[in-house]
Design a protein around this ligand. Structure first.
Ligand SMILES: [Fe+2]
Length: 289
């Protein structure tokens, strides 16, 4: 069975490119690189050409997720695996792959209509060390864990969503079952992983946008503290106060970004356990406000 190996890149649409460039560099510490045209920019986190493509299209939402497979053979086998299961896959042209700075690319949609891309061969610029947009104590944790994790909107139910992402080789299930006073059923959140990062995708939070939050993980704890100071100084709304999650044991806080969804500023996440567990609350903190 073919498996995706990481969330390699993602695309977001924004109303204000200028506000995003400022937020990404000055608050988060990402490196901003000019795009192919004035309404676009790339955000770097490591040696890769980019990890996030920002397009000024007015949507203020997620545009697409790019999942990596190991190489050309796996790319072909993944296409066959998806088509055998009845999933429509659109191979991209060489020009379209070049736009994404990858060797080969195909496009598809998950059952909830989220745009996905599967690629191999990202453009890695070893001659161009990551240059943070603001002073940083350390670097971003990417490596084999991919760029981070996110909560994605699903509208077809956990079972169908789980079946689809299992086809991409992802594993996981419900990890939070939170009792809600006055409700007979607990509130559930489903988490999926494809590498050593505890989870890459999560589902179950209702919202107007495809994306609820994107978690980026710092190598050094002090970068979470520094980000928290910068968020306070710039009067940016803190959506969830500092705390520690029960599943990935990430110490983090969440703040609004210029598009109105959230960035989770994280540190210290544990590796995926590869076996199911569930929790009824977080370890501490993380008060929604
Ligand atoms: Fe998260």
């Amino acid at each position: 069975m073919q498996k995706v190996t990481e969330l390699g890149y993602m695309g977001i649409g924004v109303k204000s490119l200028a506000e995003w460039k400022d937020y990404a560099s000055r608050i988060v510490g990402l490196e901003v690189v000019d795009g192919a045209h004035p309404g676009q920019c790339f955000l770097r986190m490591d040696y890769w050409h980019h990890r996030i493509i920002v397009e000024e299209d007015g949507s203020d939402d997620l545009s697409f997720l790019g999942f990596r497979v190991a190489g050309a053979e796996e790319f072909r086998a993944m296409r066959a695996q998806l088509e055998e299961a009845g999933v429509t896959v659109q191979p991209a042209s060489a020009g379209e792959a070049q736009e994404r700075h990858v060797l080969e690319l195909m496009r598809l949609e998950d059952p909830s209509g989220n745009a996905l891309e599967i690629f191999h061969g990202p453009h890695v610029q070893t001659h161009k060390p990551f240059h943070p947009g603001r002073a940083m104590h350390g670097r971003f944790m990417t490596g084999t864990g991919g760029l981070g994790h996110l909560i994605l909107r699903e509208t077809v139910g956990f079972e169908k969503t789980h079946t689809f992402y299992s086809l991409l080789g992802m594993r996981g299930g419900v990890e939070y079952r939170i009792p809600i006073p006055g409700m007979d059923k607990p509130f559930e959140i489903m988490f999926l992983h494809c590498n050593d990062r505890d989870h890459t995708l999560a589902f179950g939070l209702p919202g107007d946008k495809r994306i609820n939050h994107l978690m980026l993980e710092y190598e050094n704890f002090h970068d979470v503290g520094l980000a928290y100071d910068l968020v306070q100084q710039n009067e940016i709304h803190v959506g969830i106060t500092p705390g520690c999650h029960a599943n990935d044991q990430m110490y983090s806080f969440y703040a609004a970004n210029p598009s109105g969804w959230m960035i989770e500023f994280g540190w210290g996440g544990r590796d995926s356990t590869h076996q199911s567990e569930y929790y009824d609350r977080d370890t501490y903190g993380h008060k929604a406000q």
